[in-house]
Design a protein around this ligand. Sequence first.
Ligand SMILES: [Zn+2]
Length: 339
Amino acid sequence: GNPQPRVRTETRLASAKSYSARREEPPSPFSSTQLPLPLPLPRNSSAMAPPLSSWPWASLGIYKYFLLGPLVWKVAQEWAEQGGAPLGSRWLHLLLLFSARGLTYQFWFSYSNMLFLTRRRRVVPDGVDFRQVDHEWDWDNFLVLQTLIGAALVNGPLPLPGLEDLRVWDPRGLGIALLLHVGLSEPVFYWAHRALHGAPLFGQYHAGHHSTPVTQPLTAGFGTPLEALLLTLTTGVPLAGAFLMGAGSLGLVYVHLLTFDYLRSMGYSNVEVISHRVFEALPPLRYLIYTPTYLSLHHREKDSNFCLFMPLFDLLGGTLNSKSWELQKEIYQGTQCHY
Ligand SMILES: [Zn+2]
């Protein structure tokens, strides 16, 4: 290949590095001087790559979106048959969900980059470098996968109860989904995530996700197919449970998935958005909802704070990072300001 672009990138990275070295920073777990260098990118092209460690459509580039073409075709067919927008079409809702979910990450990505609003509350002061931008380019692979799984379920031979006659809303579904999320999804994710940090799984499946020390909302989606399937299970079980118990609804699918995406992209936003006063007023709440500082500590130190959204499971598993809320308070107040 042509070595010229690489030389240019290295020069720019070197100048960014010397800029960050010039800055005077107080000692902090998030200070850039302590940040590890990014791990080398996992190379999945070899024949020895473990299963589910690389995306089958990786070589398609941007053309991967054509995988959703059959869904667009189905909507077009229904549109023509009905002579208007097929508002009840499951294919249409799968596509709308794909867009709305992607926009949720995009919203947090834009917000966290509005430095005039967020600079004082950035968790890790460093910016994102070109390497990370390239590295996380296909962050939305998990959304493509989940949309395809949704299409298979909708069109599959085993229809979920309630799918034939899809209701708009059923409040019971929300309660069931919440119970299943806390009782199943959270502990399953916690233990699977801890397993992913052991050898050899970390190197095979999780190192790529951890290779960038500064998280951004798109990092939440960046990972191997195995990690995406774990997330699919985590998000899917509460929905499947609600539908199997006859309390599923279209509204539940939207509320559940968009809340899930919102909380994930918030955690990865690298901007502390939850006030320490909330936890001071309601201390038990700190075990029920994580914070961007909490998640960044996992990415920074890798031996604690493994939970999905609920620090309760780190407490039960003995992996709670004791600095989590003290640092969160400092960062929210801006006393960790690095700029
Ligand atoms: Zn991890």
